[in-house]
Design a protein around this ligand. Structure first.
Ligand code: ADP
Ligand code: ASP
Ligand code: MG
Length: 318
């Protein structure tokens, strides 16, 4: 039997209808004789709402209490999904971060996972249950709740997949994979079938929130393939693994208003692309502030504000 981790983000669990779609995806994977661990985020915009409400009460909300508050969103999701799966006749159990044995350091709202005690998870799986774990949270040495920073449920999923030596870690969201640029901003974005860990890490660090950067680091360290897919269709997604394809430009990311990064292993040796990039810069009379080049990324900081048209133009070259 294979162990599979399936993570569903906030937009995938936003309401009861969507939870039903999520449940059917889980059931079909469970029916294929897999041990299933599910990680879920808070529903819809719950986390944003909780943060706003806290700041309405205090300009400087207490750090410990913020983690108690923020972790509550994921707790609602796991309970609802478990209620639904049990109702559909599938034995499921919800576990908060501490119940799942996720031990972290003390950095409130930015905690790092130090260890996962998988005994409870294994016990529930051995009883044939679908295990549903609250994303984005753990506990520290004071037995207090900690959270991992925005988007941190991805990290829960990959860390659990590593600790359980899972076959795959699926990250389900509202997009059916990683694209050459954010598909919700640029209509001509193209889906990328495969990326190396390094390329995905560069992309996450340059602002593509489709995956939490820290989860990619963990996946690389423990060699866990990540498969990003959509909750709402069954299209092939993007596989992130240690397979490296040299000299292919994979993606363009815009960070804040004036930084553009182009990602792809061996990009520095792709003279044609470098030439085209310089053409775009010259044609638009952009002033460069700083240029950074690594094996898998070129980042340019401009004095100018970079519009999505420019991102579009660069995207066309990929
Ligand atoms: P979830 O809530 O399921 O964790 P996120 O909102 O964190 O999902 O991440 C998915 C979003 O990432 C997409 O809706 C998309 O707008 C954004 N995104 C940014 N860059 C990219 C990219 N290169 N490829 C795919 N999605 C991207
Ligand atoms: N709910 C948290 C957030 O909105 C964690 C996550 O969704 O991954 O950032
Ligand atoms: Mg996310």
């Amino acid at each position: 039997m294979n162990t599979i981790v399936m993570k569903f983000g906030g937009s995938s669990v936003a309401d009861n209808e969507k939870l039903k779609t999520v449940a059917s995806k889980i059931i079909s994977m469970y029916e294929k004789q897999n041990k299933i661990i599910v990680v879920v985020s808070a529903q819809g915009k719950t986390t944003d709402k909780l943060i706003n409400e806290a700041y309405e009460l205090s300009n400087k909300p207490n750090n410990r209490e913020m983690d108690v508050l923020l972790s509550s969103g994921e707790q609602v999701s796991i309970a609802k999904l478990s209620i639904l799966l049990n109702d559909l006749g599938y034995s499921a159990v919800s576990l908060t971060g501490w119940q799942a044995g996720i031990f972290t350091n003390n950095a409130n709202q930015n905690a790092l996972i130090e260890n996962i005690d998988v005994d409870r998870i294994n016990k529930e799986l051995d009883e044939g249950k679908i295990v549903i774990i609250a994303g984005f949270q753990g506990y520290n040495e004071n037995l207090d709740i900690t959270t991992f920073g925005r988007g941190g449920s991805d990290t829960t999923a990959v860390a659990i997949a590593s600790a359980m030596q899972a076959k795959n870690c699926y990250i389900f969201s509202d997009v059916d994979g990683v694209y050459t640029v954010d598909p919700n901003k640029i209509s001509e974005a193209k889906k990328i079938p495969a990326l190396s860990y390094r390329e995905m890490l560069e992309l996450s660090s340059e602002g593509a929130k489709v995956l939490h950067g820290r989860c990619v680091e963990i996946a690389e360290k423990y060699k866990i393939p990540i498969i990003t897919k959509s909750t709402f269709n069954s299209n092939a997604g993007t596989v992130i693994s240690d397979i490296i394809e040299e000299n292919t430009i994979k993606s363009v990311a815009k960070k804040e208003i004036s930084r553009i990064s182009i990602i792809g292993t061996g990009i520095v040796r792709n003279i044609n692309f470098m030439r085209k990039l310089l053409d775009v810069i010259e044609k638009n009379k952009f002033d460069i502030l700083e240029l950074q080049i690594t094996e898998s990324k070129i980042s340019v900081d401009f004095k100018n504000i970079i519009t999505d048209d420019i991102v579009q133009e660069l995207n066309k070259m990929i």
